[in-house]
Write a protein that binds this ligand. Sequence first.
Ligand code: PLP
Length: 359
Amino acid sequence: MSETSPKLRAELDGIPTYKPGKPAAAGGPVAYKLSSNENPYPPLPGVMESAMAAAQNFNRYPDMACTGLMNELADRFGVPVTHLATGTGSVGVAQSLLQSTSGPGDEVIYAWRSFEAYPIITQISGAKSVQVPLTDGEVHDLDAMADAITDRTRLIFVCNPNNPTGTVVRRGELERFLDRVPSDVLVVLDEAYREFIRDADVPDGLEIYRDRPNVAVLRTFSKAYGLAGLRVGFAVAHEPVAAALRKTAVPFGVTQLAQDAAVASLRAEDELLGRVGSLVTERARVHHALVEQGWTVPETQANFVWLRLGERTLDFAAACEKAGVVVRPFAGEGVRVTIGECEANDVFLHTAETFHKSF
Ligand SMILES: Cc1ncc(COP(=O)(O)O)c(C=O)c1O
């Protein structure tokens, strides 16, 4: 047998691995998962029925063009079907965006810390990551990001609200930034948490994209719509970007269960967005309580809060886990905690209070 292993692309060396949020411990007294920014509510009965009905036919391939879902999205968001592309979660669409724009020798700019998939999918594409530190207030430094643009820049991610800090960029600063970006560089507004925004100065990416052919908007059914496990997301972008995404998507990547559940979710939007409203109320309660306890917590417009704990990060995460809530630590930096059901938030708040007193 030969000793030589198959040649793999050098770009894959040293790629950071995606760390999924830890699952809640089984068998403990209470075990809440606040580590993956999921929706704590179970699927709506109508959505479940659509998915179950689709499951009857999973001996068949799904509709590769996602026709029903694309038409529903076009109606709901008032965009042409030709401006839409779907994928296996919005991270799947983000990967297609990179595949469509960037390769060896190219550069991809994004804030750091931001969504942890960006460095991974950028490295897979062969392009170089250019990470621009967040400001002291944990917000995108859009001036520095614009300054970082070179002839090699192909794509810029703006995560709004930012994962894991929950902070936002507002209309004026975003418009000024976009005015500085050359028209041949694609700006991706990653709006995975769009439905949780209550700050009226945060623009809807779908308004911004209309006049700007170099802007694409990423959305997902994983968060507000509660379909994380079904893996369906989409992009809204002008031609030829949207067409490139449809070309580079994994064929049949979105299952029929996911397509039908997504359509049912759009039709049940009132009820789903009512649930989002409850989570937003809980977010305000959690944020307020943390501030009262003495924590510095950035203003969040997403379904999570960010505590910059530095060296105490892992100790805090361990204390939470012991108390029955699993959070998402970023070692040496901080902890991201998803807003969950009231009881879960209470357990977290109680742990945070005890921990803060021990400083
Ligand atoms: C900012 C951001 N974008 C995209 C995603 C990807 O979500 P999905 O692939 O489930 O649509 C996430 C998930 O955590 C996220 O936080």
